[in-house]
Design a protein around this ligand. Structure first.
Ligand code: ACM
Length: 263
């Protein structure tokens, strides 16, 4: 199975251009599963709640999801994309999974980062695993990487591939995702963006790119650079994520000493 990330550099607020650029790039890739960055259609740095509500979209009727569904149907592919989701008077930092037959699932970011707490509502969706072609996939978003429980929960639920739309600004995540892969024996696909946003005075954000695909053995199968828009494709067998033994007598899930954990 071929999987891919698309590393982008969106223009803040130009939803139509950002979506069309991503759709064009998806249309060109030979991959069954494609992951786009967090907030790929809007850009990242909102100035406030009103701007967020104006730029966000309902999953059932929004432009980005509609176009992603169309290209997924055309290509017979599955796509995970991060976007600003409006749901009534709420606004979430969400990821959607769409496939050839339409919208499959939505995940709303559990762990909001920095100023996201000022204008997004806290995610309220449980971590879920979905079928995407031959693979079982889960979604988490960017800063969720700091909380190992997110990747662990998805893995315990049977995820073989963790799709991870991101807008990383701190440098630690790409290496940390190798550990998330190893400690759960799963594939991960982190799709990041590049570029800088300076929309809030004194809070310039430089995004680190470094999108990557990691394997259950902790290999980096493909990694992008820090500056340019790039696409990365890796050929994987999702079934490799089903082998949870480290030695014949060590199973990463069954060996957990839950009796000693304080959770
Ligand atoms: C982040 O969660 N966008 C750093």
């Amino acid at each position: 199975m071929k999987v891919a990330f698309i590393q982008t550099c969106p223009e803040f607020g130009d939803v139509k251009a950002n979506v069309e650029a991503a759709v064009k790039r998806i249309a060109r890739i030979d991959a069954e599963l494609v992951v786009l960055p967090e907030l790929f259609s809007t850009g990242y740095q909102f100035r406030g709640r009103k701007e967020l509500l104006d730029l966000s979209e309902e999953v059932s009727s929004g432009y980005a999801v509609k176009r992603l569904k169309e290209v997924a149907a055309d290509k017979g592919a599955w796509i995970v994309a991060g976007l600003a989701e409006r749901a009534g008077r709420k606004a979430y930092n969400s990821a959607v999974l769409v496939g050839p037959k339409g919208h499959i699932g939505t995940y709303r970011k559990a762990h909001l980062f920095w100023d996201e707490k000022k204008y997004f509502d806290k995610g309220n969706t449980p971590f879920m695993v979905y079928k995407a072609g031959k693979a079982r996939v889960g979604m988490m978003i960017c800063f969720d990487w700091v909380f190992p429980e997110a990747a662990r929960t998805l893995s315990l639920m049977g995820a073989e591939i963790i799709c991870h739309p991101s807008n990383l600004v701190l440098p630690f995540c790409p290496d940390a995702m190798i550990t998330r892969s190893l400690e759960n024996r799963v594939f991960t696909i982190s799709a990041n963006r590049v570029g800088t946003e300076t929309r809030v005075k004194g809070k310039a954000l430089k995004f680190i790119g470094t999108s990557q695909v990691t394997s259950p053995m902790g290999e980096v199968l493909v990694r992008a650079g820090r500056v340019r828009e790039q696409t990365g494709v890796a050929e994987i067998d999702p079934r490799d994520a089903r082998a949870k033994n480290i030695t014949p007598t060590n199973h990463i899930f069954k060996d957990r000493r839950k009796d000693l954990f304080r959770l």
